[in-house]
Ligand binder design. Structure first.
Ligand SMILES: [Zn+2]
Length: 321
């Protein structure tokens, strides 16, 4: 069967368990030998009926499945649903809400929320490669919409005007390259410059707006400032790349998700930047395949109220990609 190109084809493709198995085996064990994710032994036997492997290596007779050591571990949801959900998240330009996903896939909204949220976690880009060349840095505020909030939540959150109830997000964009975004506690010099040092290669051309917080970076960067009170573009000096990105991000959040709890915002940022950073030179199947590879080695711990993530067990060769 040929690799799927559309959502419809993907749903059909992954409705077959053996196809899911072949796909995930090739992804997890590209060298062709299935190994126990816990002890690394290749003395394993596939038990068709239970759809698990049995390990005869160091830890005798222990079972593991295709889901072991991935974000899907411990989830009773079938691979067909997981993979279809992943396809939806990475290939819908503006994301997909849990309500929509529930309807499309015939699952409950609660389940869809869990799938959606786990997938966002897999989409986090752990790469430490710094931005270089021409780099824009800028911040924005993301806030929930009061009308869609529960009344108790509204009382708690809407305490003033302006930016008080919003969450500050810092963005760094390498022109022609990747965007990196993160939730920041404030727009103070210390906070914003720490992000710049962390994500931007020394010697790069750095473009920001006229904000005192960016003062003092010219020793390390070719820092150029555009004063938005005067003009938005001065030749090469602008932050239009990030302005466009913020517009896209806000459209997704307000259009698809309506409102996002500040605590979860970083996950939505990861989701949006995954799609943005992999939008070019990649078809839907490859965008999906890369994300599927990232599902391995990450797990969301529901019992601790989504608040803690644990990397699955002792899994030496399953790295976070
Ligand atoms: Zn083992």
């Amino acid at each position: 069967m040929e690799a799927p190109k559309t959502l419809q084809q993907a749903i059909q493709y992954f409705s077959d368990f053996d196809t899911c198995k072949d796909f995930l085996v090739a992804l997890r064990w590209p060298e062709g030998v299935v190994k126990c994710p816990r002890c690394g032994s290749d003395k394993v036997i596939w038990i068709e009926k239970a759809r698990t492997w049995k390990c005869y290596g160091k830890h005798d007779h222990a079972k593991f499945s295709l889901k072991t050591g991935t974000i899907m571990e411990d989830s009773p949801i079938g691979l067909d649903k997981w993979l279809a959900a992943l396809w939806l998240v990475v290939n819908c330009k503006n994301g997909i809400s849990s309500c929509e996903m529930a309807r499309d896939m015939g699952i409950t909204q609660k389940t869809a929320w869990f799938l959606n949220h786990s997938i966002r976690m897999a989409l986090h880009d752990g790469s430490i490669e710094k931005a270089s060349g021409h780099v824009e840095a800028d911040e924005t505020f993301i806030g929930g919409k009061a009308r869609n909030m529960h009344i108790a939540q509204r009382k708690r959150r809407i305490t003033g005007t302006g930016t008080k109830d919003k969450t500050a997000v810092m963005g760094i964009l390498e022109r022609g390259g990747k965007v990196r975004t993160s939730v920041v506690s404030d727009r103070k010099k210390k906070t914003l410059q720490a992000e710049v040092h962390k994500h931007v290669e020394a010697g790069s051309a750095l473009y920001t707006d006229f904000l005192l917080s960016y003062e003092g970076l010219e020793g390390k960067y070719a820092h150029k400032v555009v004063d938005h009170a005067v003009e938005y573009v001065n030749g090469n000096v602008h932050t239009n790349g990030l302005e466009n990105y913020w517009a896209l991000l806000k459209r997704t959040i307000s259009g698809t998700y309506v409102s996002v709890e500040p605590f979860h915002l970083f996950r939505y940022l990861d989701e949006q930047s995954y799609r943005y950073n992999n939008r070019k030179d990649m078809d839907d199947f490859n965008r999906f395949k890369l994300a599927a590879a990232q599902m391995v080695g990450k797990r969301l711990d529901l019992e601790r109220g989504h608040r803690q993530e644990s990397r699955a067990g002792n899994v030496p060769f399953l790295r976070e990609n």
